[in-house]
Design a protein around this ligand. Sequence first.
Ligand SMILES: Nc1ncnc2c1ncn2[C@@H]1O[C@H](COP(=O)(O)OP(=O)(O)O)[C@@H](O)[C@H]1O
Ligand SMILES: [Mg+2]
Length: 625
Amino acid sequence: MSIESVAWHQMYQQANAPDEQRPFRAATARRILRFATPHKRRIAVFLLFSVISALLAVATPVLAGRVVNSIVGAAEPRVVVILAAAIGALAVADAGLGLVIRWLSARIGEGLILDLRRAVFDHVQRMPVAFFTRTRTGALVSRLNNDVIGAQRAFSDTLSGVVTNLVTLALTLGVMLTISWQITVLALLLLPVFVVPARRMGHRLAEMQREAARLNAAMSTQMTERFSAPGATLVKLFGRPEQESAEFAARAGRVRDIGVRTAMLQTVFVTSLTLVSALAVALVYGLGGWYALVGRLDAGAVVALSLLLTRLYAPLTALASARMEIMAALVSFERVFEVLDLKPLIEDAPDAVPVPDGPVRLELDGVHFGYPSADKVSLASLEEVATLDTRGGVEVLHDITLRAEPGQLVALVGSSGAGKSTIAQLVSRLYDVDSGSVRLNGVDVRRIGARSLRAAVGLVTQDGHLFHDTIRANLLLARPEADEAQLWDALRRARLGDLVESLADGLDTVVGERGYRLSGGERQRLTIARLLLKQPRLVILDEATASLDSTSEAAVQEALTEALEGRTALVIAHRLSTIRAADLIVVLEDGRIVEQGTHTELLAAEGRYAELYRTQFAEPAEVAA
Ligand SMILES: Nc1ncnc2c1ncn2[C@@H]1O[C@H](COP(=O)(O)OP(=O)(O)O)[C@@H](O)[C@H]1O
Ligand SMILES: [Mg+2]
């Protein structure tokens, strides 16, 4: 490595050094070693080749010294040619070795990235919904990208940096000391002149780069939020574009200023490093030349010393920052491990069973539930706020007991916030109950394997999400093996057939960000088509038709009724027609069941349902009727 590249490298490391320097932790180191184990053979070869490369680097100046001595001593021309040829051969060998070393370090480093990424992705995917409701997506993605890369970079940099630099330094110093210890010591005395101010400069630079990173993050948050379709719409309707521009310009301007100052600082750094080593070389020539004149050294030794000296400063400065590199590596690794250490609250039991065959009976038995508090499901560092609010989860469902016999349709009604959606989420096991149980055909959902539960239970919510992908891909999610005919059948039954047929790309039309290019009703019908395709044994509809206008709702309702036939269903609805068709109506208020019965029974009881019926469900014509 040239002095310049080492200098840049050091500046880079200092700029990226972590804010807080935590004490070295043996446990972290052991875990890192575990990630390194699969690559241990490559690492061994890499280290061996690095040492050989360092040896070659020391051999060349020594040979150059021999050349000079042969010339001065008027040796046979043959000797000079052989020495020159040896230098050439070493250069070729070093170049080849360099390629292999680079390949090895890339392979090790990228391999480590792959392993860490897969581990984090797999782990995060297993986290419960509660985790995602509390976690900033950006922070999470940054763990997957920046920290994983940071960990890898620091790992391979430390590996190659520390090891090869130590070897190079020891060899170079050793050879120089044997040639002339006095000159070597003198040349080293110049080093602190450079290293001490460089460290201070490194810290200033690090501060500036951190500020730049903060500003860049703020700018990209502003951009991703404002430049998404919903964000842009909001700004057009309510925003103040001039102020947005001013804020953006202020940040971008500050980034420019930092960029200029950084460039200057870096130049000063590299220039002074080059200057110091040039001064040291001058010293060697002066002192060495004088020694040679008085006969205490030969000419070749002076040349060898000066050449060796230029190779001494690079590893010295690099090693000076090694501690910081290692700290940075540890922090990156710890940030990744922090995510890996989060315990998924909801996991398959070791003795998981499938949902017993046949139509499903759903039972909730004395269920109490509160949404888990933040400290149970997330990391402070991944949240919007710096500290987790540690308040315990407030109970939102109290002693819920209800039962849907196979093939029955049970309607849940109640005002907003009563806990209807929460029940739907407990049945699909997006959350686990605090006490009591949710059972399918007599088996507690906590004992059922996730795959079987997913196949048996289908949930459609009001804001059914679509991936930014084709209609086909979004449908196949529900049933990967479905053929073309089944896809079209589901679309037609969800009253979407005509629309999709009219699209130029048909099933291969990409639905935009969150399915943005579809209208709310169309998006809803697509999620219903997904349900029709899946044909789960237990259907849960959480206000599934709420965003449809009454005409398309009537149409989709027909399709749903068809889909619900013979299936057990839990339906959260606000339309009288659906509710009236239910075998059982459960009225929920503030997380408690206040009434249960059929439409006629409940109306006759003149309770909460009768009140809701008059104020919310009744369609004018029906009230009159
Ligand atoms: N993710 C959540 N975290 C904490 N509390 C929640 C969450 N979702 C809903 N709640 C609370 O749980 C209660 C029941 O909500 P929900 O089941 O969505 O009501 P409904 O669907 O009947 O309108 C409400 O008080 C609501 O604020
Ligand atoms: Mg709801």
